[in-house]
Design a protein around this ligand. Structure first.
Ligand code: RIB
Ligand code: NA
Length: 308
């Protein structure tokens, strides 16, 4: 495998409305859409759309959302040998509200994702140990995620952690086990406990993460692009992103991370800046369409120089 994802599946329910409702308020929306989501599955799909051989380790429920998800993954030829259908659990659900500016608010109810155990991860050693890149997030239990990172590290598999959704505190081992630690601005803000409102704020946060033990840190900043830094190098670099009009930014972070994992596995000799530039280009394509996976471009829809 090129990329193995230990992570979440969600059924997404999107409501589009001009402005987010305030507490206690009911607003009229303009459109409803259902989709396949979950940060883990989204990232896995993105990497496979670009041409990576992928596998997913996770759990769905016994409902139609889970069944449909397995069908979809078979269609994409994503390996699901280690996706379990969990009795007495619903497939994870995400209620997503998107406003006119393309911003979103998301409530997730983890369901089956919450049942993914360390034993599940151990049982998938065959794919984890033979993959080039392990990619994981925080929509499954943290002990499970930690286990996955530990196993991958032991097998010298490159590890990428997207610490999403945001948690104020992380086991310090997460930093040490991540070859690439990739939060967005809100996640970074919570973890370093200081506001990140600008490129300079983000640049200042990078060394704080490096001190905690990660080898490389990439903080994504939406329209402002991203900043990154690496252990042993004093430089923190800003990579701007292309200017686009956002229709729906849901899943843009996943498009970035999934693309990044693809580049790590398929183009390991590109320099980090170039991998980030290309991943951010692909993420910016995704914000111009509604939905998460429905907005991800396939390799054929992208310019050939992204694959040179
Ligand atoms: O990152 C976007 C995703 O977050 C959505 O697809 C939703 O399922 C939530 O997990
Ligand atoms: Na989108």
């Amino acid at each position: 495998m090129d990329v193995v994802v230990v992570g979440s599946f969600m059924a997404d329910f999107f409501c589009y409305c001009p402005e987010f409702p305030k507490p206690g308020e009911t607003v009229h929306g303009s459109k409803f859409q259902q989709g396949f989501g979950g940060k883990g599955a989204n990232q896995c799909v993105m990497a496979s759309l670009l041409g990576a051989k992928t596998a997913m380790v996770g759990r769905v429920g016994t409902d139609q959302y889970g069944t449909n998800y397995l069908d979809l993954f078979h269609k994409y030829s994503i390996n699901t040998d280690h996706v379990k259908v969990t009795e007495q659990s619903n497939t994870g659900i995400a209620s997503v509200t998107v406003n006119d500016k393309g911003q979103n608010n998301i409530v997730i109810v983890s369901g089956a994702n919450e049942k993914l155990t360390g034993e599940d991860v151990e049982a998938s050693m065959d794919v984890i140990g033979t993959s080039k890149v392990l990619l994981t997030q925080l929509e499954t239990p943290t002990t499970t995620t930690l286990k996955a990172l530990q196993m991958a590290k032991r097998q010298k598999v490159t590890t990428v952690l997207n610490p999403a959704p945001a948690r104020p505190q992380l086991d310090p081992d997460f930093y040490k086990l991540a070859d690439y630690f990739c939060p967005n601005e809100t996640e970074a803000e919570l973890l370093v406990n200081r506001p990140i409102k600008s490129v300079d704020d983000a640049k200042a946060a990078v060394p704080l993460f490096l001190e905690r033990g990660c080898s490389n840190v990439i903080i994504t900043l939406g329209a402002l692009g991203s900043v990154y830094g690496s252990k042993g190098s004093p430089e923190v670099i800003h990579v701007p992103s292309s200017v686009v009009t956002a229709v729906d930014s849901t899943g843009a972070g996943d498009a970035f991370i999934g693309s990044f994992a693809y580049y790590l596995s398929h183009h390991p000799h590109l320099d980090l800046r170039e991998m980030i530039r290309r991943s951010s280009k692909i993420a910016s394509v995704s914000v111009q369409k509604p939905g998460a996976q429905t907005s991800f471009p396939s390799r054929e829809a992208l310019s050939a120089d992204l694959f040179a």
